[in-house]
Design a protein around this ligand. Structure first.
Ligand code: ADP
Ligand code: GLC
Length: 497
């Protein structure tokens, strides 16, 4: 089966969060499951320079057709936008890179809208995906177009709206990684998209007077998935539905949740090149070396017995880390340590830095993005804190499990699907893998944190939970198998392949 995977991030080329991890791991897992997968990416600098063009059996550059789709004339381009063939490093998968320097060759965060043209930038990406879905590449037409998040939300809509000669177009799957980021643009941008006027309405892309790329994807895809079964249920309700729950309820028959996986080649304490000292379930004592290494690296006192709580996260409202900040003094009072790596919200960064200044040697905060330190924290921490307000899937709690850094999580979304709370019953049954709390405030987090301290005071019991946690497997092969089953359910086009 031929599948085009359209996304904006792909580790190791470009990653701002879990979307990049998924982009790096799911396409090769689909290939291993028997799919003929290609990837479509925008030509951000890191992508253009990271792909290889040295051995390209698969295609020559493809010019995007004008006339329908986004108003190319308005882009002021001297030539039509082109899809450049490329090969991805590592996986060796074939890719199409949307190479429009004036739109994508910009430094900084790929989603920053400094020039106010994000609507047209990502509309063009959707248009490119739709054209490929219609058979733009004469040698390779996908049966399934698999789109990810709002950046590719227009793809299924363009595909449906456009008639092109040739075989029937691809079926479409739209995967929501985070419903809270919707790709909202002012009404004035609608005219640039090349869509018929009637689509600026309740049954189209209009969302409270704006244009919503997320809504376009949800309205027009043949199947909608999200990245955990619990989040798939949560977004059908007003609390997590971000105003789109009505539409999602209407389409609930085609909504499902497929849990993300972990790339255990990259996230595995037994052979993690970013850890000075490897360890595993049967050599847990060596985790103490990783812990001492992390304490030295971050300027924490080298105290083997202190419960070391780690955070690796974007510091945004979603992640609920103000709850951790609120309990930071108490955590230190209980004899614990806190290691934070993150960036985002300025006031929260400042609050964590102030906590570190109050408790030198006990709280360490690094503001920034650092892949190696992220691995170091998984290796060195006893607990990984993920108290998110909502969490579509969450990867860091799954990384924590594999590294024996027991996750402490708010019981929502993918966190609820992956962590088994250390209740007395679950401990007795040998099922417990972490700590979970309900209710979203510091009062609700406190008892879970105290339970972590209590369990940690019993080293044998703690080690038993660590071993259970480290034995959990959330492999990409399983997720890929579920996507394949979904693709096959899409009717004769996909099923026949
Ligand atoms: P989200 O995608 O919502 O940010 P996930 O848990 O799915 O959350 O994925 C986050 C990914 O980004 C993980 O791979 C995590 O290690 C990484 N990450 C987050 N913040 C940082 C940071 N400051 N430095 C390095 N890696 C980070
Ligand atoms: C989003 C979500 C996160 C998920 C990731 C990858 O960034 O916030 O929960 O793990 O996408 O699917």
């Amino acid at each position: 089966m031929k599948v085009l995977y359209a996304c904006t991030e792909l580790y190791p080329l470009l990653k701002t969060g879990g979307l990049g991890d998924v982009g790096g791991a799911l396409p090769p897992a689909l290939r291993d499951a028997g799919c003929d997968v290609r990837v479509l990416l925008p030509g951000f600098p890191a992508i253009r320079t990271g792909v290889s063009r040295s051995r390209l059996p698969h295609a020559s550059p493809l010019a995007l057709p004008d006339g329908e789709g986004p108003r190319l004339a308005q882009l002021g381009l001297r030539q039509p936008p082109a899809l450049q063939p490329a090969i991805l490093p590592g996986s060796g998968l074939a890719a199409y890179v949307l190479d429009v320097r004036t739109l994508f060759d910009r430094p900084g965060n790929p989603y920053e809208d400094a020039q106010g043209d994000n609507a047209i930038r990502f509309a063009l990406l959707g248009w490119a995906a739709a054209c490929l879905g219609h058979g733009l590449d004469p040698h390779w037409q996908p049966q399934v177009l698999h789109c990810h998040d709002w950046h590719t939300g227009l793809a299924p809509l363009y595909l449906r709206q456009t008639a092109m000669p040739g075989p029937p177009p691809a079926s479409t799957v739209f995967t929501v990684h985070n419903l809270a980021y919707q790709g909202l643009f002012p009404r004035s941008s609608f005219g640039q998209l090349g869509l018929p006027d009637y689509l600026f309405g309740i049954d189209g892309v209009e969302f409270w007077g704006q244009v919503s790329f997320m809504k376009a994807g949800l309205q027009s895809a043949d199947r909608i998935t999200t990245v955990s079964p619990t989040y798939a249920r949560e977004i059908l309700g007003p609390e997590q539905g971000c105003g789109l729950d009505g539409l999602l309820r209407e389409r609930s028959a085609i909504v499902s949740g497929i849990l993300n996986g972990v790339d255990y080649q990259l996230w595995n304490p037994s052979h993690d090149a970013m850890l000075a000292h490897p360890y595993d379930c049967d050599s847990l004592q060596d985790k103490a070396l990783a812990k001492a290494g992390l304490q030295r690296r971050m300027g924490l006192e080298e105290r083997p017995q202190a419960l070391l709580c780690g955070v690796v996260s974007r510091l945004t409202e979603q992640k609920g880390l103000h709850l951790v900040e609120a309990l930071a003094d108490e955590l230190v009072g209980l004899g614990g340590q806190l290691a934070v790596l993150g960036n985002g919200d300025g006031p929260l960064e400042q609050a964590f830095l102030r906590a570190a200044a109050r408790h030198p040697g006990r709280i360490a905060v690094e503001v920034g993005y650092d892949e190696a330190l992220a691995h170091g924290i998984m290796g060195g921490a006893d607990v990984i804190m993920v108290p998110s307000r909502f969490e579509p899937c969450g990867l860091t709690q799954m990384y924590g499990l594999r590294y024996g850094a027991l996750p402490l999580v708010h019981r929502v979304g993918g966190l609820a699907d992956t962590v088994v709370d250390a209740t007395a019953e679950n401990l007795r049954a040998g099922r417990a893998t972490g700590f979970a709390f309900d209710g979203f405030d510091a009062q609700a987090l406190r008892p879970a944190l105290r339970r972590a301290f209590e369990l940690h005071a019993h080293p044998d019991a703690w080690a038993a939970v660590q071993r259970t946690a480290m034995r959990q497997r959330f492999g990409w092969a399983e997720a890929a198998g579920r996507y394949m089953a979904l693709f096959r359910s899409l009717g004769p086009q996909a099923a026949a392949a």
